[in-house]
Design a protein around this ligand. Structure first.
Ligand SMILES: Nc1ncnc2c1ncn2[C@@H]1O[C@H](COP(=O)(O)OP(=O)(O)OP(=O)(O)O)[C@@H](O)[C@H]1O
Ligand SMILES: [Mg+2]
Length: 329
């Protein structure tokens, strides 16, 4: 099957802001290794989930894929083309192929614009040669696609007249209007009521199957990941520490961090709620995270001396990889 997106050794380090005192003392510049040598592949028509805790680098990776920020090194291959250095016209075309769904449907839609204008906006920017009539027709089609009905009524409404779930549908309609190949969704359901989350995920799944879309789906929540994902990469401190088919990774988690993440998922079986949950992880201060070797070393219950050096990708199953010294590389 065709590869749509290939990330090869992507790095993005942010300089830590220093006080004047530190600058005068000539303290060396420290960096936050937000994305630290990440390689991943997303196949055409599939959904790749990136999961990990807050600050692990998920949004930074998403912004790199969107070409909103440049990586320090590494390369982004999209549709068999190297797009890392794209600029001008090429970048503009790339930006029609890759669209974004934001986390917060309350702040991501302009409250002064009607739904029709919100959904039509990308066409006004990227499809200047189309007539107004054509643009309206395409926007209507997009609104229909996300099951907002009756279309003509919804099109005239302002965001404030819609529920959170409906707003997120508008956001999805806007992302579809340019017929993209890839949609990057950064926590698209985390701000929504639990009751509407499943419905939005179901819509995203239907669109994926019907339109052959691919998703890069970012979340800290493994329970929603399973709804949508085909593949998953678990991110910790800028690194992908485990990746592979979502079934294999979630049913047979190998990395101690993935195991701890799964431990932390809320218990679906009510009779087990009383039991104290054992989460296999040590609590540490954020500043104790190492910059070399296994980033998880201080929180891991199984850490060994060798973990001070960098673990290589290994594992024992096909399409399931882990970077941990417990497993052969
Ligand atoms: N523009 C920036 N300048 C400096 N540091 C940044 C910048 N953007 C992100 N960071 C840092 O990079 C790290 C990764 O941030 P990022 O937003 O990618 O994490 P995340 O996994 O999306 O977290 P969350 O789940 O909270 O959204 C964090 O330590 C963050 O403080
Ligand atoms: Mg984020």
């Amino acid at each position: 099957m065709d590869e749509l997106l290939k990330l090869i050794s992507i790095k993005k380090y942010f300089p830590v802001r220093r006080s004047l005192k530190e600058i005068f003392a000539k303290n060396s510049q420290a960096y936050i290794r937000a994305v630290d040598d990440v390689s991943l592949t997303l196949k055409q028509g599939k959904a790749l989930v990136i999961a990990g805790e807050s600050g692990s680098g998920k949004s930074t990776l998403a912004r790199i894929v969107l070409r909103a920020i440049n990586p320090d090194s590494g390369s982004i291959v999209f549709n068999q083309e190297e797009v890392t250095k794209y600029s001008g016209k090429e970048l503009k075309t790339f930006r029609t192929d890759v669209q974004m769904i934001h986390q917060d449907p309350y702040t991501s839609l302009d409250p002064r614009m009607r739904v029709l204008d919100i959904v039509m906006e990308p066409l006004n920017i990227h499809a200047k040669d189309k007539t107004k009539r054509e643009k309206i027709e395409e926007a209507y089609k997009s609104i229909e696609e996300v099951r907002l009905e009756p279309v003509a009524d919804v099109a005239e409404k302002f965001p404030s007249m819609l529920s959170g779930g409906q707003r997120q549908r508008v956001s999805i309609a806007r992302s579809l209007v340019l017929k993209p190949k890839l949609i990057v969704a950064d926590e698209p359901v985390s701000m929504l009521d639990v009751s509407v989350r499943a419905e939005i995920l179901q819509l995203m799944n239907n669109l994926k199957n019907r339109l052959g879309l691919s998703y890069l789906y970012i979340t800290h929540d493994l329970s929603t990941a399973r709804y949508i994902g085909d593949e998953i990469g678990i991110m910790y401190s800028g690194k992908i520490i485990e990746d592979g088919s979502i079934e294999q990774v979630l049913l047979n988690p190998l990395h101690p961090y993935t195991q701890a993440l799964l431990d932390a998922i809320s218990e679906p079986d009510a009779k087990n709620l009383e039991k104290e949950k054992i989460i296999r992880i040590k609590n540490i201060e954020k500043k104790d995270r190492p910059e070399t070797g296994c980033r998880f070393i201080h929180r891991c219950l199984y850490s060994m001396d060798i973990c001070k050096s960098d673990p290589q990708k290994g594992g024992e199953e096909e399409n399931h990889y882990v970077s941990c010294f417990i497993y052969p590389s």
